[in-house]
Design a protein around this ligand. Structure first.
Ligand code: HEC
Length: 95
């Protein structure tokens, strides 16, 4: 019984670290990924993208990217922003 509890504890502490590490590794491979990696990683972690995927659809991602540009001064040209939005909506859009 004592050993079983130890095992449960190990699982509980190891799992979140594994998930966090996976998030840092890379975004999904799809057209537009390079654009997003290049334009969205300058100010903060790319973790923000998977973390927000349950909440943002195409419209939400459009607003989010525009906020990065207009409110936070992200230097993202319109064509790049459109590519990034398409990638985000397709790969990290709310189901
Ligand atoms: C010029 C700097 C800058 C760039 C470039 C940038 N962001 Fe942000 N982003 C911020 C700031 C500042 C915040 C809010 C403060 C924080 O949480 O770090 C933020 C927050 C966010 C959030 C969290 C939700 C929110 O609204 O606070 C998401 C999602 C996000 N950014 C996505 C993106 C995406 C996608 C890109 C690429 C298109 C991008 N960011 C590029 C500065 C930037």
């Amino acid at each position: 019984m004592k050993n079983l509890w130890k095992f449960v504890l190990v699982l509980a502490t190891a799992a979140p670290a594994a998930i966090a590490a996976e998030r840092v590794v890379a975004l999904k491979d799809a057209p537009g990924k390079d654009t997003v990696e290049a334009t969205c990683s300058g100010c903060h972690s790319l973790d923000y993208i998977p973390l927000n995927s349950p909440f943002l659809d195409q419209q939400g991602w459009t607003a989010e990217v525009n906020k990065m540009i207009n409110a936070y001064g992200a230097p993202i040209p319109q064509a790049e922003a459109a590519k990034a939005i398409a990638y985000l909506a397709a790969n990290y859009g709310k189901p």
